[in-house]
Structures are given as C-alpha cells and as structure tokens.
Design a protein around this ligand. Structure first.
Ligand code: HEM
Ligand code: HEM
Length: 354
C-alpha cells in the first residue's frame, strides 16, 4: 500500500470537523432550536450562505450555524471521496469514500425532513444515529489511510487475541445501542421524567402503577420541573429513561472488561494499549456527565458534552475493533494465518522434532 500523507492528514481534519459538527448539532437539540429556521434548504427564504448575519439571533444562531458547518463537512467529504478515487489503490477504500458521501447526503436530507415535518421522533432519532455512524466512517477512513495500517502488525491469533477482537466488536455494538437509546430519550423528551440519580424516584426501578405515575406528575409540576403544558409524563417515557440507565451498566461493564483485556495484554504495542486508558477515562466522564445532565436539569453545556463524549466513546471502540482485527484477524483460515503465526508454528514444529 502506498502511504499518502496528505490524504491521511486531510481525513484526520475531516474527522475533527465532524466532531465539531456533532457538538454543534447537539447544541441545536439541547437549546431546543430545531425549529428556529422553519424552511429548508433555504433559510427564511434566503439561499443559506446569503442569510444576513444581523438576522442571526436567538435559536437561529444554533440552527443556521449547524446547517452551515454541515454544508462545509459535506463539501469536504465529497473532496475526500474524489481524492480517494484518484489516489487510492484499494478498491474497498474508494468505495468507503463513496459510502461516506452517501451518508452525509442522507444525513442532510434527514436534517431537512426533520425540520419540514416538525421534528418527528423517528426522523430526529435517525438523524442523531446517522451522525454518529458518519463520524465513525470518517474516523475509520483516517485509520485506513494511515501509515500504521499499511504496515505489518500480525500477532499469533490465539484465544486471547480472538477474544479481544470479538469483545471490542461486541462493546462497539453495545455503545451504538446506547446512543440510540440516548437519542430516543432526547427526542421523546424523557430526559427529566426521572429527576433523581443514582436512584430513580427513590427506588431502584420506579413503580409504573397509575397511582405512582400520577404522583410523579404532581411532584414534577410542584417542583416546577414539568409544566402541565408539557403533557403528562407517561410510563413509556419512564421506561425509555430507565432503559438508557440500565444499558449504561451493561456498556460500562463491557468497556471496563475490554479496557482491562487490552491493558493486560503485554504483546500489544503501546499505540493499542492506550485505548484502554481512553476507554476508562471516557466512561467515567460520560457517567458523570449523564448524572449531571439529570441533576442540573439538562444544562445546555453538560447535556451537549454528554452527546459529544458519547460520539468519542463510539469512535474509540470502532478504532480499537479495527486495530484488533488488523492485528489478530477476524477469521482464521489456513490461508489467512498471519506471518507471525506461521513462524511460531514452524518453531513449535522444530521443538517437537528436537
Ligand atoms: C453532515 C451533516 C450533519 C450532521 C453530522 C448532523 C448532526 C447532528 C447532530 C449530532 C444533532 C444532535 C442530535 C441529538 O442531539 O439528538 C443534530 C441535530 C439537528 N440537525 Fe443536524 N447534522 C447534519 C446536517 C443537518 C442539516 C443539513 C440540517 C438541515 C436542516 C440539520 C438539522 C438539524 C436539526 C433541525 C437538529 C435538531 C433536531 C431536534 O432537535 O430534534 N442537520 N444534527
Ligand atoms: C454508558 C454510558 C452512556 C453513554 C454512552 C450515553 C450516551 C448518550 C447519548 C449519545 C445521548 C444523546 C443521544 C443523542 O440524542 O444523540 C444521551 C442522552 C442522555 N443520557 Fe446518556 N449515556 C450514558 C450514560 C448515561 C447515564 C448513566 C445517565 C444518567 C442518568 C445518562 C443520562 C442521559 C440523559 C438524561 C439523556 C437525554 C438528555 C436530553 O434529554 O437532552 N446517560 N446519552
């Protein structure tokens, strides 16, 4: 594989811009500015880039800025795909570049549709989930174009190695599910239906009986947390909220298990072992942010950081899975036994003869 330094650096920059875009999108939802600009693709009838700066007030600042950053990221993605198409010899990577373009276009259309249909839950959740998926694709492209990916890193695919590959893929899936639960919570307005933490309405799992729900409603209204105009809190919303909290336990256990497996594996190079430290730091930060999202009654900065760190956890898991798959391989067939394994097997054979 030929290493193109410029192409790799460019994809890293695109990944950083995408992270900024996710933060900007999170701000749109956290500030409730999703409908500040009611039309799309125009902004109050103006071509997006011709919208007068003095009219950027209130929620329009968040929504319009988000659209502009999204357009820049879209353009950068098209340039990346063209660049890959011209310079990259691996066909699957060229195809991944086109997949990124398709994802960014679909994401823009979902963003527009969620405005035109007044933020329906399904489209807003789809927009939130595709944002994270797109970020993961761009980060994967940055890894595939790196010098490290082109070098030989195979280790013997023993049980420990194979377990690490599947553990990191499983952890990635668990995190992805958690992001969807989080988006469901956000767009069904279930973030504050359980206002205490770590207990939930003073219980491990809140009662969902009609009497209990009626009492939660009156307590929320008394505490000025939930206005009657928001409608009654429902059992469904409480279930969605609890699903996110309980699944957080599963995700935390899997992340710590994965992190410990990497840190204890002395054969892995430092570059891979640091993922263990990232994972542990991010999960502690994320649970703290989740708790404070509830306890600060969804402070805009804390809540948006919670969305952004969720994205960081996802890409850390995706990149770790790709590193593990590169080092140990995903499948083990005689034809694909890594070079190091062949050498070790030969050595074992020699020992047996001696
Ligand atoms: C690459 C393109 C884009 C990315 C990565 C992206 C990302 C995001 C993210 C992460 C959120 C926060 C979701 C949440 O917190 O649950 C969001 C919200 C939002 N985005 Fe985008 N976005 C993109 C393009 C667009 C475009 C072109 C529009 C056009 C109108 C748009 C409109 C919105 C709206 C209205 C919200 C708020 C939704 C709500 O509150 O229900 N987005 N975006
Ligand atoms: C395993 C760790 C966790 C991860 C990866 C995670 C991730 C997320 C993400 C990505 C979102 C927003 C999704 C979106 O709209 O795009 C979210 C929402 C939310 N999370 Fe978490 N979360 C975790 C743990 C927690 C914990 C322990 C709590 C504490 C109760 C919590 C409370 C919340 C709340 C209240 C919201 C909704 C905020 C709103 O309505 O605006 N999270 N979570």
């Amino acid at each position: 594989m030929v290493y193109h330094k410029g192409l790799h650096r460019y994809s890293v920059i695109l990944a950083v811009c995408t992270f900024g875009l996710i933060f900007a999108g999170g701000l749109v939802t956290s500030t409730g500015s999703g409908l500040s600009v009611p039309d799309w693709p125009n902004t109050y009838g103006y071509f997006m880039f011709a919208f007068p700066i003095d009219k950027m007030v209130g929620g329009i600042v968040y929504e319009h800025t988000h659209r502009m950053i999204a357009s820049v990221v879209g353009l950068l993605t098209v340039i990346l795909a063209i660049w890959l198409g011209k310079k990259e010899e691996r066909k699957w990577l060229r195809v991944l570049g086109y997949v990124a373009v398709a994802a960014v276009i679909a994401q823009g259309v979902l963003g527009g549709l969620t405005v035109l249909y007044l933020l329906p839950v399904s489209i807003s959740v789809g927009h939130a989930a595709l944002a994270q998926t797109f970020f993961a694709i761009v980060c994967a492209i940055a890894l595939f174009t790196s010098r490290w990916w082109g070098e030989e890193h195979s280790l013997s695919a023993d049980n420990v190695g194979r377990r690490l590959v599947w553990l990191s893929i499983g952890t990635t899936a668990a995190v992805y599910i958690q992001l969807i639960f989080g988006a469901l919570m956000r767009h069904t307005h279930s973030g504050l239906v359980v206002p205490d933490f770590p207990l939930a309405w003073g219980q491990l799992f809140p009662s969902l009986s009609p009497d209990a729900i009626a009492s939660y409603n009156s307590r929320l209204i008394d505490a000025n947390l939930w206005l009657a105009a928001d409608g009654q809190v429902t059992g469904g919303q409480i279930l969605i909220h609890m699903l996110h909290r309980l699944w957080a336990v599963v995700v935390t256990v899997m992340i710590i298990w994965t992190a410990i497996s990497i840190l204890r594996n002395r054969l892995l190079e430092k570059r891979v072992r640091v993922f263990g430290y990232y994972l542990i730091s991010f999960i502690i930060l994320q649970i703290t942010l989740g708790a404070f999202t509830v306890l600060t009654r969804k402070a805009v900065d804390i809540t948006t950081l919670h969305v952004a760190v969720g994205a960081l956890i996802l890409v850390t898991c995706v990149l770790l899975s790709l590193h593990a798959a590169k080092i140990y391989g995903v499948r083990r067939s005689p034809a694909s036994v890594p070079v190091a394994t062949k050498v070790e097997n030969q050595a074992k054979g020699m020992e047996a003869i001696v």
